[in-house]
Every structure is written in structure tokens, then in C-alpha cells.
Design a protein around this ligand. Structure first.
Ligand code: MG
Length: 294
């Protein structure tokens, strides 16, 4: 059987099986019906007569397991939830300072960020320097919106280049990659110099776009790397990287490599000579599982 026909057959069979299970004259299989008989705790409180989860101090459905803290989501997708740290609320750059990106490194200064603030956004002032968040972050969820100039010009890496650097070290590229080509590991959404995005989900110049990034910071044990950094990145709701490990801090024309250092750093936005705009920037620190409710 040709492969395409085999796949089609399998899909059709799967749909038929699913319909049989949930058909009108079959009793639906629900989680409640398939769970173990209730103990005296009742199924809202949980169970203590169940097995321990492997490697954990908790029984399956353990009534003593901590409940996660409550976070109120934003009213609309992209809006900051209740536990977010707002880095730009549309008004000023008070949470930012000047910085200078280097070779797999950055430096900070005490000077005020010199980029232009407009109505609800700010804009790179070309050749004024990079800017960095004053606050340092390790494992985070980051939301940042950006827009290429409507009249963007230039080619390849000189077309609307900027960038979002996690810990000032790991760049997710900002560039006009809408029907414009550059090397794949340098296009918009790339983990620059390492991994192209899984797909190209960019919008055109003059349109706002949104990165949602889950970042895990590198961890070191003495001089040794204990855990590499990783990125999960969505652009405009489309997955670009799925928990992809960084080979090391972003570097130009070289193979990246780690050097032991801190596990926190600023978010740095790159001045690469183009008047790229940013807005609605917020961050959440990612905690661990089973933390006591606060
Ligand atoms: Mg860049």
C-alpha cells in the first residue's frame, strides 16, 4: 500500500474508533468513573491509600500536596498576569539603563536609557547603544512585542536588526525576515548563530509582533556546566523553539561555548542601527513545582 494511502487509512480508522467510544449509545468514559474507589477522604480531599509517585514524597492524589499560588491572567492574550514584573508599561524607560553588548558578554552603565519613548512604545535610537533591564533574571517567562519600521530598508543582517538577549547573553533575533532572506540561523526568531526558528512566522514591517519566551538559565557546579540554558519561543503564537538548548552564549562567526558565571542577568535589547520599536514588556520568574502557597 502506498504510504499516503496507508496514512489515510489509519486516520480514517482512528476517527471511527473515537466515534465508537464517544457515540451516543455508549457510556462515556470519564476520569471519575475510571478512578479508584473513594476512600473516606472523598475525591475532593484526595487519597492516602494510593501509591507514592516515583521519586516524590506525594501519593497519587495526595491531599497534603501544596496547591499552586493563584495568578490572575491578563484580560486579553498578551496582557500581563497578576504576578508579572512590568518592564515597560507604555510610559517611560525607568526600568532600563544603558548597556553595551560584547563578545558573549555585556557591560552596564548607570546612564539612563537613551531610546525614544512614543505613545505606548519605545524606539531604538540608532547608534545610541544597547539598553538593559535594571533587574536581573534567571529562569523566566518573557513577553515582548516589537515592530519593524514600516519603511525598513537594507538587506540581510542590515535590515531592521535588533535582538532580545536573555541574561544579556542569549539572543533571539529581531530582524525583518518577511520575504527577505539572510542566513537561516540569523533570521528573525533564530537562536542567533545556532538554531533557525522551526518556522518563519513573521509579520511584515509596520506590524506589531509578539515573542513569548520561556527561558531556563544555565547552571554551573564550580567551573562545570551543570545545566545548559534553554529556550522555548513563540512568535505571534506560533512555536519557534521547543525547549531547545543553547550551545553557549550568542557569538558571531564562532562556535559558542559556556564559561562559568552567574545564573542571572539583565534582559538586553540590541541597538543594531535600526529604529525598531518595542512595547508591552513583562516578565515572570518561573518557580518550581510543589512550592508552598503564598
Ligand atoms: Mg540582532
Amino acid at each position: 500500500m502506498p504510504l499516503v494511502a496507508a496514512v489515510t487509512f489509519a486516520l480514517a480508522a482512528g476517527i471511527t474508533a473515537a466515534q465508537n467510544v464517544s457515540g451516543p449509545d455508549k457510556t462515556p468514559t470519564t476520569e471519575k468513573r475510571s478512578s479508584a474507589p473513594q476512600s473516606s477522604h472523598g475525591d475532593e480531599d484526595g487519597f492516602t491509600d494510593t501509591p507514592l509517585l516515583p521519586g516524590l514524597p506525594w501519593h497519587v492524589h495526595d491531599p497534603a500536596r501544596p496547591h499552586p499560588k493563584v495568578v490572575t491572567p491578563g484580560a486579553q492574550p498578551g496582557q500581563a498576569p497578576s504576578d508579572a514584573i512590568i518592564l515597560f508599561d507604555g510610559k517611560d524607560l525607568s526600568k532600563w539603563t544603558t548597556a553595551r553588548l560584547g563578545t558573549a558578554a555585556y557591560t552596564l552603565s548607570q546612564n539612563a536609557a537613551a531610546w525614544k519613548v512614543g505613545n505606548g512604545y519605545f524606539e531604538v535610537v540608532p547608534r545610541s547603544g544597547d539598553i538593559a533591564s535594571k533587574e536581573m533574571f534567571g529562569d523566566i517567562q518573557l513577553h515582548v512585542e516589537w515592530m519593524e519600521p514600516a519603511d525598513v530598508s537594507g538587506t540581510s543582517q542590515n535590515r531592521g536588526n535588533s535582538g532580545v538577549f536573555l541574561m544579556g547573553l542569549f539572543e533571539i533575533q529581531v530582524l525583518d525576515s518577511f520575504r527577505i532572506r539572510t542566513y537561516a540561523d540569523g533570521q528573525a526568531g533564530a537562536m542567533y548563530g545556532q538554531w533557525p526558528p522551526l518556522v518563519n512566522a513573521v509579520r511584515g514591517p509596520g506590524e506589531w509582533q509578539a515573542y513569548d519566551i520561556a527561558f531556563e538559565a544555565p547552571q554551573y557546579s564550580g567551573d562545570k556546566l551543570a545545566r545548559p540554558a534553554s529556550m522555548t519561543v513563540f512568535l505571534n503564537g506560533v512555536l519557534l523553539h521547543n525547549h531547545k538548548e543553547e550551545m553557549g552564549p550568542t557569538i558571531y562567526r564562532q562556535v559558542p561555548k559556556y564559561a562559568a558565571g552567574p545564573s542571572e542577568g539583565p534582559i538586553v535589547l540590541q541597538d543594531h542601527g535600526a529604529a525598531v520599536r518595542y512595547r508591552n514588556i513583562w516578565v515572570r520568574r518561573i518557580g518550581g513545582y510543589d512550592q508552598p502557597e503564598k
